[in-house]
Design a protein around this ligand. Structure first.
Ligand code: F6R
Length: 607
């Protein structure tokens, strides 16, 4: 996720901005830049590490004591010098940095182009510089208000103009923004660690607010107008805690980021009638209507996201769908044919096996769609179509927020293909769209059940073997729950379809054996209950993940982790959350290095 930094005070801005950006490096980035005003606006920016920007500043320094800085994690446009922030308007009188996504940027850009505007980058951000310049009539705050009134999306935006030196104006819509209050100097940042070295006193800018920063302090107003009185927050965290947003581990922080990740992955891509606009998915309706097979290929957690995809594509689209481990598919001489779509799923977009399987499918004539979290990754460059998840950089080795974002992307893809084929009618599309829009709230509610999850973790922490069961979509989620637990807790666990238990594994279920049961699918509810009864008859300890209004399950399970009632097609998204938390808490109780589990790497770029 992009990092933002701002400074107004008596000191030289450039080194302070650079230092703040370095403290935001942990968020991940692919380019960095700063702008300083001293009569004019001066910008320096470069693709790659902050050291490249530092070298640029050394050879071509800028003086001035007010400025803004940015580390970019690409969303619109590949990492490059030109796409790096800050961006100016054509006159160079206004400069902006921005974190987040402008949903209506294509239509804004087209409208600006018809009025003669020319753009030098592929970013949505540059449009904001043009909009502010166009709206400016001597009052930066008013211009920013009018400009953001035209922009839709989730973002934090920071603006300066040479016409009002000494002032930085910023707006928050969902993406974070904080103000650090120093002695005769003021800082602005997307995250507290950027400025913790200079101050411990902060103003948190809330959603829907605008802030005016000068060296003498900051004043917060509602975006629509009206002053806001914000209490100063004194932070006691040390730098390491601050990077984790006050959470003990990145894994937990990332699990808690999921409501925002869902919102961002949906942003600008779905209307309430269930029409999905997927900006880099370029196949036409003819292809969508005629494709006869979907191949999904991936590894690990991404493969588990693929299992959910398979269920959705077959159930909703009625298209035969195969999901293959990439390391198997690449050597299996798969029957991939022209007229098919291969969806290669990879958070990093760099997993060697996934790249190989994807390339193989392409050479056999399949259209290749990359579902990935990293803009400009190798997978995205190989693909015909790209569907980016917008989870932001994932730092914990165990994937959580990227997985959830992959599921959201799959629902969007199903809507895109299903409407083109006419198999998803208006009622179903609207139902799915409604359910998707409720998900941020549902995920948030699931996060609120932490106390029950901790109790469940205490129950299983000393088990030798743990089983996860479910049917259909619940089985797909159970697979991921089991992998998460293995990765961070080092406990042995295994997932299987609930109906498979009695065909062998039941022999291992004895008194006290934990069996985690995901039960959200109405059509097979009774069947899963039968499996639960088989476990109970052997003395097993059943912990169920079930809807909050499911009274029946409490009669059978020893413990129930509750999630909000949802459409069965979407229930599994929320069901994944307690399983992620369970893995986290078991690992914590066992005292493991949660963010860096033994023997595992974040990106497996070798075979
Ligand atoms: C598990 C995990 C791995 C990855 C797998 C594929 O938490 O993160 O199983 O999912 O190595 O990685 P990507 O998605 O980058 O291709």
């Amino acid at each position: 996720m992009c990092g933002i930094m701002g400074y107004a005070g008596p000191r030289a801005a450039a080194p302070l901005l650079l230092e703040g950006l370095r403290r935001l490096e942990y968020r991940g980035y692919d380019s960095a830049g700063i702008a300083v005003t001293n009569g004019e606006i001066h910008v320096r920016k470069a693709e790659g590490k902050i050291d490249r920007l530092a070298a640029l500043l050394e050879s071509d320094p800028i003086e001035g004591s007010i400025g803004i800085g940015h580390t970019r994690w690409a969303t619109h446009g590949a990492p490059s010098d030109l796409n790096a922030h800050p961006h100016t308007d054509p006159s160079g009188e206004f400069v902006v940095v921005h974190n987040g996504i402008i949903e209506n940027y294509l239509s804004l850009r087209e409208r600006l182009e018809t009025r003669g505007h020319e753009f030098t980058s592929e970013t949505d951000t540059e449009i904001l510089a043009h909009l502010v310049a166009e709206e400016y009539d001597g009052d930066l705050v008013a211009a920013v208000r009018r400009a953001v009134g035209r922009a839709e999306g989730a973002y934090a935006l920071v603006v300066m103009t040479m016409h009002e030196p000494g002032k930085i104006v910023a707006v928050r819509r969902i993406s974070p923004l904080v103000v650090g209050l120093g002695d005769g100097e003021t800082f602005l940042a997307s995250d507290i660690p950027a400025v913790l070295e200079h101050t411990r006193d902060f103003l948190i800018v809330e959603d829907g607010e605008l802030v005016i920063v000068t060296k003498d302090g900051a004043s917060i107003e509602a975006i629509d107008g009206g002053p806001i009185d914000r209490e100063v927050l004194h932070i006691e965290w040390d730098a390491e805690q601050a990077e984790k947003g006050g959470f003990d581990h990145f894994m937990l922080k990332e699990i808690h980021e999921q409501p925002v990740v869902v919102t961002e992955t949906l942003a600008g891509r779905l209307d309430e009638d269930g029409h999905a606009w997927l900006e880099d998915v370029e196949f036409d309706d003819y292809f969508a209507s005629s494709l006869d097979h979907i191949w999904i290929t991936a590894c690990g957690t991404a493969y588990h996201a693929g299992l959910v995809g398979k269920e959705i594509f077959q159930r909703v689209l009625r298209i035969p769908t195969s999901v293959e481990y990439a390391h198997e598919m690449r050597y299996a001489d798969p029957l991939v044919r022209p007229g098919s779509l291969t969806v290669a799923i990879s958070q990093s977009g760099e997993t060697a096996d996934t790249l190989a399987a994807a390339r193989l499918a392409k050479t056999r004539g399949s259209r290749l769609l990359a579902l990935t979290n990293v803009v400009g990754s190798t997978l995205s460059r190989d693909a015909d179509d790209i569907l980016y998840t917008r989870a932001g950089p994932e730092i914990a080795v165990a994937s959580t927020k990227a997985y959830l974002a992959m599921l959201i992307a799959e629902y969007l893809l199903a809507l895109r293909i299903g409407r083109a084929r006419g198999i998803v009618d208006e009622a179903l599309a609207a139902r799915v769209a409604h359910g998707l829009n409720l998900l941020p709230e549902h995920v948030d509610a699931a996060l609120g059940q932490d106390a029950s999850v901790i109790a469940a973790a205490e129950r299983i922490v000393d088990a030798d073997d743990i089983y996860f069961i479910g049917r259909g979509l619940d089985h797909a989620v159970a697979m991921e729950g089991s992998l998460k637990l293995k990765e961070v807790s080092y406990l042995h666990s295994e997932a299987m379809p609930a109906g498979e238990l009695k065909h062998g594994t039941l022999a291992l279920v004895t008194a006290g054996t934990p069996v985690i049961t995901v039960i959200t699918q109405g059509a097979v509810y009774d069947k899963t209950i039968s499996a639960v009864q088989e476990v109970k008859a052997r003395g097993g300890d059943v912990i169920a993940v079930a809807y909050e209004d499911d009274r029946e399950i409490a009669k059978h399970a020893d413990m129930v982790l509750r999630i909000p009632r949802a459409d069965d097609l979407l229930g599994p998204v929320t069901a994944a959350v307690p399983l992620q938390l369970l893995a986290y808490h078991v690992a914590r109780l066992r005292g493991h290095d949660i963010d860096q589990p033994r023997n595992l790497a974040k990106s497996v770029t070798v075979e």
